[in-house]
Design a protein around this ligand. Sequence first.
Ligand code: NAD
Length: 394
Amino acid sequence: MNATIHQPHRPLRLAIIGGGPSSWIGGMHRRAAQFDGMWQVVAGVFSSTADRSRDAAAGLGLDPARGYADVAAMLAAERGRDDGIEAVAIMTPNDTHYPYCVAALDAGLDVICDKPVSTTASEARDLAARAKKQDRVLCVTHGYSAYPMTRYAKQLVADGAIGAVRFVQVEYIQSGLAKPIEQGNMTDSQRWKFDADRSGLALVFSAIGCHAQHLACNVSGQKIAAVSADVGALMPGRTVVDTILANLRFDGGARGQYTITQAAAGGENDVRIRIYGERGLIDWSQRNAAYLHLNLEGETARTFGRGDVNLPPEIAKLSRTPRGHPEGLLEAFANIYREAAEAVIARRNDQVVAAVQYPTIADAVHTMDFIEACIASNAANGVWTNLQAIVRSS
Ligand SMILES: NC(=O)c1ccc[n+]([C@@H]2O[C@H](COP(=O)([O-])OP(=O)(O)OC[C@H]3O[C@@H](n4cnc5c(N)ncnc54)[C@H](O)[C@@H]3O)[C@@H](O)[C@H]2O)c1
């Protein structure tokens, strides 16, 4: 368990990059960051145009002068202030994550970056090296791994509750691309997502697939060693990737299946993970996120609830409202922001965070290795592709 992290007498000063008024994830980041009073948004580059960035800052009640035209201008201006920013949170279109992370880390700032952190594995490795060199936090907002019940699932698996992990079934199914939206007038947000140069190696992977891969590895405690993948589109005639189906082999010996699509009509935001061990199953679904099911062979099936009185304290502290009141992705994001703040504060106090819980840049490197392996496998008609081979060649 982590040592008690002494909170400062003021929130850490955070700048937002991206996340203007039209971006729902922008509101999520801002609210989550400020949920526990550990961060305060004080500045940002909220848009790619100067006027809109300034207006967005004013709309958020910030000094309009701290709504900057671009990242370089913000870093330069904030460096000269006594109350300058201490960290940035990045939620711009995907192709800008890497350069903005580089700029912020090199300026000595801590970084919270939305996924994917880069468009290649080698860029992700470069970010890992920079974060290490600067001794800065670089955390990734994979919210699904920060729900109380996914964290508890991870802990139960690590504690051996289901025995050795044999099979990991992960899925993330949405319907947003179940219509041929690229044949109509697309919004700005849709346009960059359909542009492979901007959204990354595979649209669906950058959008949701990276979350599912991260969740599978995080909860199972295993990395993916090899993959046999079918990467393509359910929508006839579509040229971008809306679906990935893959068989997985994990480094701890487990096998797995990975089902990702944004083109399944009727899907909502269906994230589900089932982990089967030698003794039984652990099962979590975002549709019923407050509960975790444990079915052990020969025993009565059990359901754990987010508000149960006997949860371990490190799991209980991930909830903020009493049982029976819904919590969701916002609170999960807030957990990541709180843990990132604790890591920053710990470093400043010369304390050590014994077990980092938030998704790290090391996780992101594995994520990028995985998608590169999926693409290589698919190009070779689904041949089993070893992630280590990808690591060596990147
Ligand atoms: N973690 C999650 O659950 C989650 C969910 C949704 C989106 N995301 C991520 O958030 C990011 C944004 O996605 P979105 O759907 O909000 O996109 P979007 O296009 O709807 O919004 C992007 C925002 O960034 C601003 N912007 C664009 N270029 C900019 C620049 N160069 N500098 C500053 N601001 C700029 C735009 O004005 C807009 O406000 C993506 O990386 C996406 O993967 C993460």
